[in-house]
Design a protein around this ligand. Structure first.
Ligand code: SAH
Length: 252
């Protein structure tokens, strides 16, 4: 899989803001090959750069073509995106469904993802060049997405499909049993000290606590916090007694 082998092709884009946004989307999602077919806007304007934000390099390395045929000439798969499929409806699949096929093809060659213009979409001739038809699921009451947002949904699915991104997870390991038992022992004593439970009910109550704690992950740091709370609770209970203060009556 090689995301750098995916070319985003915009046919006759109308707004520089959309072209800029597309550059940003591409960089966010690890792509950098942008092709414009007869753009109707000036992509050298400040507005376009502003929308591209930190993806000016994608904008700079764009290439412009006179015809879609030329823009995709060196691409194996050519996926056309359209909200209005008409004639080709039966062959359309969602981008999520197509992603594995498109990604697999990037290992050996270039893949084009083609988008129509804001006002006209892709023509029948444009779609004739496509080997795949992509539909982004959307409401029947207003099915056509903003151009840059349509590009985002597609690029996001492709990027996610590589499974290369991992959400950083908790780094401390699961607390070892010995530490956990020390925690339960201290909590048992603390809950007795503050009169939350009486000795004869304590074992039963502790089973309940064990059940609660075993539902999620319990790291060494978590156990350290719980030990600290128990220690402080015991100290408070001792101080209260020493100062002759009244603790609430024990629960039974
Ligand atoms: N007015 C045009 C739509 C333009 S939206 C029309 O009626 O066809 C601009 C481009 O975004 C479309 O050409 C297509 O490439 C893409 N797009 C928007 N919504 C989409 C959807 N639901 N599924 C697939 N592509 C979509």
């Amino acid at each position: 899989m090689n995301l750098k082998n995916i070319r985003i092709v915009l046919v006759n884009p109308l707004y520089a803001s959309n072209v800029g946004s597309v550059c940003r989307v591409m960089k966010n999602m690890g792509l950098n090959d942008l092709a414009l077919v007869n753009p109707r806007c000036d992509v050298t304007t400040h507005e376009c750069k502003q929308w591209a934000c930190h993806a000016n390099n994608v904008l700079k390395r764009r290439r412009e073509f006179k015809a879609l045929t030329a823009a995709v000439a060196d691409c194996g798969l050519v996926a056309g995106t359209t909200a209005r499929i008409g004639l080709y409806r039966e062959h359309a699949r969602t981008i999520r469904d197509w992603a594995p096929r498109l990604l697999a093809a990037t290992s050996t060659g270039r893949v084009a993802l083609v988008f129509g213009s804001e006002d006209n979409g892709l023509s029948v001739d444009d779609l004739a060049l496509c080997t795949q038809f992509v539909r982004i699921p959307s409401s029947a009451r207003y099915s056509s997405l903003n151009l840059a947002q349509a590009v985002m949904v597609c690029c996001y699915e492709l990027f996610s499909g590589t499974k290369r991104f991992k959400i950083p997870t908790e780094r401390t390991p699961e607390a070892p049993s010995g530490m956990r038992e020390q925690m339960f022992k201290m909590w048992r004593q603390s809950l007795l000290d503050i009169g939350f439970m009486q000795e004869q009910k304590a074992d039963h109550m502790m089973l309940g606590l064990r059940r609660i704690f075993s539902r999620g992950q319990l790291s060494e740091n978590d156990v350290r916090i719980m030990l600290g709370i128990a220690r402080q609770t015991q100290w408070c209970a001792r101080e209260m007694r020493r100062l002759g203060g009244a603790l609430p009556p024990p629960k039974n």
